[in-house]
Design a binder for this molecule. Structure first.
Ligand SMILES: *Cc1c(COP(=O)(O)O)cnc(C)c1O
Length: 362
């Protein structure tokens, strides 16, 4: 039945079941108010508490120092591709981009109209199967910022480390691996993440920004595109996505109950290890997309010997209670997205099918 569907969707993705249950139980009466969170004013003291809880959850889980602001915005990670250069890149300056996949390439393209953009690393020639090693990329000390994508959701490549760019502010799209492992947050000037992979539902994007970057904006911008205005108004320059902020707060509570980023990382590592092991021990029946040292812990991408077998595998997986395994249309193959909320048991179920399917079709 529906409870036994293992949802490998890349995003919107699985939510922790406990969070969905709590949201269902409180749907018509949040915190004893007699009203739904969707029905109360965003200016009410009750929503103020809900917003503060979501923010403090993020602050604790990321270990944020005081000089970082937490913003809950709309427009997804995609609007951040433009808001980042709008706010941080003057026409006379250069922004540097590390492009390791589909999303990073889009981000770099969006920045071009605001200033000079230099791609300092591109994995495109290798089919986006690689990431640079720490120290491999030369960052110009004059760059306005350095942008990278810590996990490329479609290609399945991930940085296993916090990139160090010295005094140049690092801007990172962490949409698909935020809070999947501890990070050294002070290495970053700005982090953004669409909520629908690891944090909550779609329609919400988290932005964490170091305070000194709030005053940079070199362009005349509408208020809703200006980080400073959004920060001065505590993410409420207009009506925020109250429902999604509430759910993000619940997800943070769930994550803290699991033991935080370090604890969830151990589970995530085990899930990814099982899947990559199934690929590596299949005598080439399954081939992983990513180079071994760039393998994503969140989106495991691989393919079978033919597109027909890919399709057959997806179909059998569906019949066995596993959905969302079809790879993105840009790369094909199979993609298993195993974010924080995805259970180890679901990975074991997939690995069982993989070995059995290979035996029957190999
Ligand atoms: C999903 C995703 C995006 C796009 O997010 P939207 O919220 O749809 O705009 C951008 N970057 C990465 C890394 C993603 O995984």
């Amino acid at each position: 039945m529906s409870d036994h569907i293992y949802n490998f969707s890349a995003g919107p993705a699985m939510m922790p079941p406990e969070v969905l249950e709590q949201a269902a139980a409180e749907l018509r009466d949040v915190r004893g108010s007699g009203m739904s969170v969707m029905e109360i004013s965003h200016r009410s003291s009750l929503f103020g508490e809900i917003l503060a809880d979501a923010e403090s959850g993020i602050r604790r889980l990321l270990g944020l120092p005081k000089n970082y602001r937490v913003l809950f915005l709309q427009g997804g990670a995609t609007l951040q591709f433009s808001m980042v250069p709008m706010n941080l890149l003057a026409p006379v300056d250069t922004a540097e981009y590390i492009v390791t996949g589909y999303w990073g390439k889009k981000a770099a393209k969006c920045a071009v109209q605001y200033g000079d953009v230099r791609t300092v690393y591109s994995g495109e020639n290798s089919g986006f199967t690689t990431v640079p090693q720490q120290g491999e990329v030369r960052v110009s000390p004059n760059a306005a910022y350095l942008h990278y994508t810590s996990n490329e959701t479609i290609d399945g490549v991930e940085f296993g480390y916090d990139l160090d760019a010295g005094s140049v502010p690092v801007v990172c799209d962490m949409s698909s691996d935020i809070l999947s492992r501890p990070i050294d947050v002070e290495k970053y000037g700005l982090i953004y993440a669409g909520a629908q992979k690891n944090l909550g539902p779609s329609g919400l994007v988290l932005v964490v920004i170091r305070e000194d970057l709030l005053d940079r904006s070199p362009h005349e911008l509408p208020d809703l595109l200006t980080y400073k205005v959004l920060a001065d108004n505590d993410s409420m320059a207009n009506t925020p996505n109250t429902w999604a902020i509430y759910l993000l707060g619940l997800v943070c509570g769930w994550l803290e109950k699991q033991g935080g980023a370090a604890a969830i990382e151990r589970v995530n590592r085990e899930k990814a290890r099982l899947l990559y092991e199934a690929i590596d021990k299949s005598d080439g029946f399954y081939s992983g997309r990513a180079a071994a040292d760039a393998r994503s812990q969140m989106n495991v991408t691989f393919s079978l010997p033919s597109a027909d077998l890919d399709a057959k595998f997806v179909k059998e997986a569906e019949a066995n209670g596993m959905s969302g395994l079809k790879g993105h249309r840009a790369v094909g193959g199979i993609r298993a997205s195993i974010y924080n909320a995805f259970p180890l048991a679901g990975v074991e179920h997939l690995v069982d099918l993989m070995s059995e399917f290979a035996r029957r079709n190999g």
